[in-house]
Design a binder for this molecule. Structure first.
Ligand SMILES: [Zn+2]
Ligand SMILES: [Zn+2]
Length: 133
């Protein structure tokens, strides 16, 4: 059972998207897939929350990109920060760990799509890989 962390705030780099989340998952998933690598510039590391627990305090910059027929990615159209990932049929939302104000209680839980990783960095230790791609 994965723990949850209480009220957490986050924002994009420029502040045109800002939000509060009542509870987030304490574990971070690091995705090495080519789509995450392109949209983030390297890896996409995210925690997760119930969408109902998310409140936008600023969403002037928020745009959604349909990255596939089944999912979309939320980003700031002003500064380009990669912020969210959401399956079209899910009740939750993936939230970029890097956009949170306080990450002190978070830890990496698993790496996914490791087989798709870039060639320029080392594969994570096998002990870290809970779900190999
Ligand atoms: Zn922004
Ligand atoms: Zn990915």
């Amino acid at each position: 059972m994965t723990g949850r962390i209480g009220m957490t705030k986050g924002r994009c780099e420029c502040g045109a998207v800002a939000f509060e989340v009542r509870h987030i998952r304490e574990t971070v998933t690091v995705c090495h897939c080519s789509q995450c690598r392109r949209t983030s510039g390297h890896l996409w590391a995210s925690t997760h929350a119930r969408f109902d627990d998310l409140t936008f305090t600023q969403d002037a910059g928020l745009h959604w990109y349909a990255s596939s027929e089944t999912a979309k990615r939320g980003f700031c159209a002003r500064c380009g920060s990669s912020l969210f990932y959401r399956m079209n049929d899910e009740s939750g939302i993936g939230i970029a760990a890097g956009c949170l104000d306080d990450t002190s209680a978070l830890r990496i839980g698993k790496h996914i799509f490791v087989a798709d990783k870039g060639d320029y960095y080392a594969r994570p230790g096998d002990a870290d890989v809970f779900e190999a791609g």
